[in-house]
Write a new protein. Structure first.
Length: 266
């Protein structure tokens, strides 16, 4: 018996086998991988991922779904379910507790909370090998957007400073039950190697990016006036008259370093 999707959890269950197979092929799990699924729902992705890897850990908030998941997985492999809010799960600690260096994460993310989940993952990229997520197409477009694009923003910068963002394919509404009112897309995120990561303080980058895009129609001189004056912005080799959407991610790193030199809150 299928569960009834809950609006409060933003549940849309994937049921089209063609797209399920494409996602599993993109993930390509192996027996030696520690695969972590976020929001397994009825198990449409869980069971084929489990069959390929032999074992899988899933994070599920909805207690009503857990017994059905466990029953379906009983003969498919070793399924461990963590009943929790994913935003409260420490991925780094989870990897360490299982004696693995990095996790492989997959999931059909609830649209209403997808950005917070992505930011949460970014905090733990050192413990993540890769991520394969199905999201609202609009969100994936923002994730992969380049400077100058109308959808380039805070999400674009923060993710691209931490990961390589690779949109894979779109998924139509009719592939879900119930059909969402929006198009979906599958995206692959691969954390950058240590030698490609910036060396600014994460909290400084976050503060600068948040302020810059908080009032995106304003020039940087106005948007960042609580953090940096025009001279400080110029020292980062950035035009104070520019707007946030025209800056590359590396520009925000330089601004964050200047801000870090001025920050006396430590």
């Amino acid at each position: 018996m299928n569960a009834r999707p809950k609006k409060s959890f933003g549940q849309h269950f994937l049921h089209d086998r063609r797209y399920i197979d494409r996602i599993v092929s993109a993930v390509a799990p192996r027996a030696e991988d520690f695969v972590l699924e976020i929001g397994p729902g009825e198990g449409a992705l869980t069971l084929p991922l489990l069959a390929a890897a032999g074992k899988l850990t899933a994070i599920e908030l909805d207690t009503d779904l857990i017994p059905g998941l466990q029953a379906r997985a009983a003969t498919a492999g070793e399924l461990h379910i963590i009943h929790a809010d994913v935003l409260k799960v420490n991925f780094t600690a989870l990897a360490h507790s299982h004696g693995v260096s990095r996790l492989r994460i997959a999931g059909n993310l609830p649209y209403y909370i997808s950005s917070p989940i992505l930011f949460h993952c970014v905090e733990h990229t050192a413990a993540i090998q890769d991520m394969h997520f199905m999201l609202q197409k609009e969100v994936v477009d923002r994730m992969a957007a380049e400077p100058g694009s109308k959808v380039y923003g805070r999400l674009s910068v923060m993710l691209q400073l931490a990961c390589r963002v690779e949109p894979l394919f779109d998924v139509p509404p009719e592939a879900f039950r119930p059909p969402p009112k929006v198009e979906s897309s599958v995206v692959r995120l691969v954390p950058l190697p240590a030698n490609e990561l910036h060396d600014a303080r994460p909290e400084h980058v976050y503060a600068v990016v948040k302020a810059a895009f908080g009032q995106r129609r304003k020039t940087l001189a106005n948007a960042l006036k609580q953090l940096l004056d025009s001279d400080a912005i110029r020292r980062a080799d950035v035009d104070p008259k520019a707007r946030a959407e025209t800056l590359a991610p590396a520009d925000f790193v330089r601004l964050a370093k200047i801000y870090g030199g001025l920050d006396t809150s430590d």
